[in-house]
Design a protein around this ligand. Sequence first.
Ligand code: CU
Length: 563
Amino acid sequence: MTRSPYTKWDLILRGLGFALVFALLAPVQALADQTVCPRPAAGSTVTPPPDLAAHDGKLNLHFNYYTAIDDAGRTLFCFVTDHGKQSPTLHVNPGDKIFLTVTNMVPDVPGAPAEVVSNGQDACGSATMTLSSVNVHFHGTNTAPVCHSDETIRTLINSGESFTYQIQIPKDEPPGLYWYHPHVHGTSSVAVDGGASGAIVVEGIEKVQPAVSGLPERVLVLRDQPLNPNVPVLTQSHPVTPPFWDASINYVPIVYPVDKPAVLKMHAGEKEFWRVTNSSANTVMDIQLTYDHVQQPLQIVALDGVPTGSHDGKQEGVIVTQHDILLPPAGRAEFMVTAPTAEVKNAMFSTLAIDSGPLGDSLPFRPFATIALTKDALGLPVMPKARKATDPERFAGLEKIKPSAQRHLYFSETFGHAVHGDAKLETGNEAHGRGALRVNFFITVKGDKPKLFDPNDPPAITTTQGAVEDWTIQNRAPEVHEFHIHQVHFLLLAVNGVPVPAEQRQLYDTFQVGYWDQVGPYPSIKVRMDFRGPTVGDFVYHCHILQHEDAGMMAKIRVLPKQ
Ligand SMILES: [Cu+2]
């Protein structure tokens, strides 16, 4: 198959369609308030997101959800507290409860398409999805998939409405980095690359990884954002294929071609604890830290919110040293780094180029920030002293359980007219009212018919609380896909049929499946799913490249309560 320009253009135009619709609203908002979703200038010093911490087991907060258009014409989205804190980092302990009220301040778009996603009793908030609907997913948290908790299939907060979440963080939640973002099917990509996301820290990692005790703690939220339409991306000095998306680091924009990376200030030779989330909608990253072009060791203590090496139940983490870390959209890595000495001339935090496959997005090498040494105070919090872990950690001992089921799923794409219920290319245009040529994105249980996600469909997989299952997920498409399941983490057992050695196995909530080169066997991952916990109900699994999820690559699982 050769690359067709229509495939990506179709998606880009769909994205632009949203941007243009919101652009119509922009002058009203921009005139009303120039400070909606404020973002630093390119080249700014990276500062930590504002922090909000739970007290006495509770974190009470109110978010207003806004949209704005920046000077370059990009559509922005943001969550802002009543005190003007944009996308704060939420700090909670295992067992704490988050009381979050969200008010949707994004204006309704008259005449825009709307879709009924609930019929009667099962509505959660509004029953009708519109272009300005929002909700919140608490990514990676092992919380309940029920209304007012981490439910994303039916929860809709429409323009002018308020809705309250009560998120009970389990007592056995692994300590580490999580994040929150909108998860309305069809608009999640524009909302997330508009910037509406923030970090969640479940405290206590120093109990499992005592090496981080006493280190300065730095939360880095990497995001993507629409390209600046005013910057010519193909120039004589930058003849490289431009990326599909620009990036940002703690909202400091990284505008391609990058002439002004952000600035990270550090103390010479000082060790720091970095907590990095790839909160992009669509951009895969492969992060590295280079000093005079030499990759530095990244001493990993947690991946996707779970301390590395902690899943055996002993509560003693293992440090994994790598020189780069592949972070799919939604992936997190927490690691220790040592700042450069004064002799280093060029210290840079960057992403390597990603080979996403012949149909994949262009993802070239890009710097995020240059490291600048300073003697001034950094204003970073310091990690607490280590205490011995006492509470058991969720998913412990998963490796030793005999799985009760084997399931086989696959990612696939077809190019043609939008179809519902059948992967055949049809001329019908009933699917979401679109009849134009487009890429259809599917995730399918082997043996079933490929089907675009529909919130009113029955679950593709039904299991029972207590089950432990091995799932093999293939990729039959010529671009990478990023497998994510809500509510539970999974243990990675094998990649492309090659077992992961026992001592290197980790828990993840998002993992990349390589692209199919159209000659060899389908790339795959094999993972162990853990449904032994309290989670029951309907929730989703999907590709975390959000344009793919918005275009259908998602399905439902139902966990029935134990009899
Ligand atoms: Cu995908």
